[in-house]
Write a protein that binds this ligand. Structure first.
Ligand SMILES: Nc1nc2c(ncn2[C@@H]2O[C@H](COP(=O)(O)OP(=O)(O)OP(=O)(O)O)[C@@H](O)[C@H]2O)c(=O)[nH]1
Ligand SMILES: [Mg+2]
Length: 454
């Protein structure tokens, strides 16, 4: 996602950092490079022009004087302006005071509407809602069946009937009200291009259900056409936002970045793969961070919160508060970490990690080895590793099929983690000093900062 763009920015900023003071000529050169990078990434020309003009104005203006180095200031300005063109803030869904909240999805053929409907329904459920999916695409024979399969996969009911799309949508909303479902996501038919028939149908569906949110689903891979499509739909439907799909497939993706600036409607959600959980609220600032090579640690934390087992986290947290952190806890933490997905993806989101490392092929088998080693220890050893002497090390190594040096490395990693826990203040001592917030609350384990066992 935006790989070309982040590669270019990485290069530009690396050169910038090597300079002490920036002359006007330096700034000009940086802006030229940024302009080229954005155009190459398929960002709309008008958007590039106004972006570069704003950055230039701020760079030559009074701002270049404070405590940051000139290079840092340029990075800061570029980051702020990039966040702004991406929409500034994330869209917040406000639920209708009288449920159901109706969400209408529109878009061209194959944009990803049906898949997105399911992803969105799942997202609503994660927000504690009770969604109902409504299949109002009666054009393609298999469309409703596709939605039913997706709905079954995520455990969300699907309503449809062999009738007119407008009727189906209207009845779907009534059905939701009857069944106490508080969010309705309506999937509609797509067309190959923006045409009168499509616009007429979607306008009538919209009129029948008065959606609280109308989202256009656009495929990031279609390039500049995405912007024109968004404009056409907005003229007809008054969009509340767009949902960009297939961000995983496009190395350029710049067209999607232009939608907010050109159409004036934000990117509400982004989809980054075919699986139902490859989907999230779009965060302009985090996307800017990622494009500028700052990593995306906030997304990681949210993903951790979603995937972590609350009971395990709470148990570990309370043990940490008692000042205890054992090998069993460490084992549990690694198992939780594994739930975040392939480690490679997790590493890709960590800021400050050199690129080679972010893209490194992580050896997932280390975790298996790690688990085997800990499981070969007695409860006493797990509880107090200081009793593990030479002969115990040999026994553990034999039991788990590794070398004694592997056992040593693991014990070393563990003591590093223990030290880190202490230095982060998640121990008995610090709660005593009155850090009340931690008491009773959930201490999110510092995922990602764990030393990976070698
Ligand atoms: N790689 C990738 N594929 C996606 C993404 N979103 C959807 N797809 C795929 O795109 C294809 C089309 O998705 P659909 O949801 O059926 O698209 P649609 O807009 O409902 O299509 P019509 O109903 O024919 O108009 C499917 O194969 C999806 O799996 C995404 O974010 N990444
Ligand atoms: Mg569809």
């Amino acid at each position: 996602m935006f790989d070309t763009l982040s590669d270019r920015f990485e290069g530009i900023f690396a050169r910038l950092r090597s300079k002490g003071r920036l002359s006007e000529g330096d700034v000009d050169e940086v802006l030229r490079e940024i302009r080229a990078a954005l155009l190459e990434a398929d960002v709309n020309l008008g958007v590039v022009r106004s972006f570069v003009a704003r950055v230039r104005e701020r760079c030559v203006g009074a701002e270049l004087s404070a405590s940051l180095s000139p290079a840092q200031q340029v990075v800061k300005i570029v980051h702020q302006e990039l966040t702004a063109i991406l929409g500034g803030e994330s869209l917040r869904i406000t639920f209708a005071p009288r449920p159901p909240t109706v969400v209408l999805l529109a878009g061209l053929q194959g944009a990803g509407k049906t898949t997105t409907a399911a992803k969105l329904a799942r997202w609503f459920r994660q927000q504690g809602r009770q969604p109902l999916l409504v299949g109002a695409d009666l054009q393609r024979p298999a469309a409703v069946e596709q939605l039913r399969v997706l709905g079954a996969g995520i455990g969300v009911p699907v309503f449809s009937e062999p009738a007119d799309p407008v009727e189906v949508a209207r009845n779907g909303v009534d059905e939701a009200a009857r069944r106490g479902r508080d969010v309705v996501v309506v999937d509609t038919a797509g067309r190959l291009a923006v045409d009168e028939a499509l616009m007429d149908e979607i306008r009538r569906v919209s009129g029948a259900v008065s959606p609280h949110y109308t989202f256009l689903v656009i495929d990031a891979m279609v390039g500049q056409d995405a912007v024109a499509t968004a404009q056409a739909f907005h003229d007809t439907l008054e969009l509340d936002g767009v949902i960009v799909t297939k961000l995983d497939g496009d190395a350029r993706g710049g067209a999607a970045l232009s939608v907010k600036e050109v159409v004036g409607r934000p990117i509400a959600f982004a989809s980054t793969g075919e699986k139902v959980d490859d989907f999230d609220v779009f965060h302009p600032d985090r996307m800017a961070n990622r494009i500028l090579g700052m990593g995306d640690v906030l997304s990681l934390i949210e993903s951790a919160e979603r995937n972590f087992d609350a009971d395990v986290s709470a148990r570990t947290a309370s043990r940490l508060q008692e000042g205890r952190f054992t090998l069993d806890d460490m084992l549990e933490q690694f198992q939780q970490l594994k739930k975040l997905g392939p480690l490679k993806g997790v590493l890709g989101m960590l800021p400050g990690l050199p690129k080679e490392l972010r893209q490194a092929d992580v050896d997932e088998s280390r975790f298996a080895r790690f688990e085997a080693i800990v499981r070969s220890m007695t409860p006493g050893e797990r509880n107090d590793p200081s009793i593990i002497n030479g002969s115990r090390r040999q026994r553990i190594a034999r039991g788990s099929g590794v070398q004694t040096t592997d056992v040593n490395k693991l014990l070393q990693s563990f003591s590093e983690m223990q030290r880190m826990m202490k230095s982060m203040g998640i121990t008995k001592g610090s709660t005593k000093k009155g850090k009340k917030a931690k008491r009773g609350g959930r201490v999110t384990p510092p995922v990602g900062s764990f030393p990976v066992p070698r």
